[in-house]
Design a protein around this ligand. Sequence first.
Ligand code: PAF
Length: 279
Amino acid sequence: MKIVTTIDELRGQLSGQLRTAFVPTMGNLHEGHLSLMRLASRHGDPVVASIFVNRLQFGPNEDFDKYPRTFEADCEKLAREGVYVLFAPDEKELYPEPQEYRVQPPHDLGDILEGHFRPGFFVGVSTVVLKLFSCVQPRAAVFGKKDYQQLMVIRNMCRQLALPTQIVAAETVRAEDGLALSSRNGYLSAAERAEAPQLLRMLNRVAERVRAGDGTVQSIEQDVMTEIGARGWKPDYISVRKRMNLRPPTEAEVQQGEPLVVLAAARLGATRLIDNLEI
Ligand code: PAF
């Protein structure tokens, strides 16, 4: 695997490649990321990964400095997966001057759910992803469904800006007890780790009740927020949305079988976990 840190070197390595498949990451790689690499290899060749902890997507009180950086171990994992090039720029390379041109997702997608609780998050994500795409020029790029809203924001950005990159969605990888793999799981204490799979159980409860028509969507969301709160979690949202655009469904749409997804974000101790389930 070639490790390149500048845009010039990256372009040199990739010149003439028309079928590149790309997986952007912020490092601290786990099995979930590696499954993205494997899916990428089915959608193009060579596979290029990036590791860049993107300051633009962190709020002032978020964990940018604390974000786990495990570069050596990440490189070994990527090499084992057969990744051809790892692009690992530093901040001066990717943001040599203040990044004043930014991508603003539409408010009704970018400022809801995660965007509501993390203002500016999707501006930061969209901007870095567009810039990374401009560096790598991938034919395909893989994003996990674990970050459901991010996947949708990026997919819509590519469509609206007519980018020549196909966005491929990867299923969420879970631990045996159901907890979605995430770099942030490493922050959990042993007791919190044992409690963490409850988030998926709550999502399943919402899904079962919605399918069974056991109450209005709003009442189901409220019951489950109360239930998880009683277990000591601090939920930001547990919300049933239309898969198409992440807007809340009407009761008529629910009854007519509109494809839905339930998304959740909740704090367990100091760690904020997110997850989702398609209904
Ligand atoms: O999902 C992530 O790890 C990040 O948001 C991404 C897509 C690499 C952009 O920094």
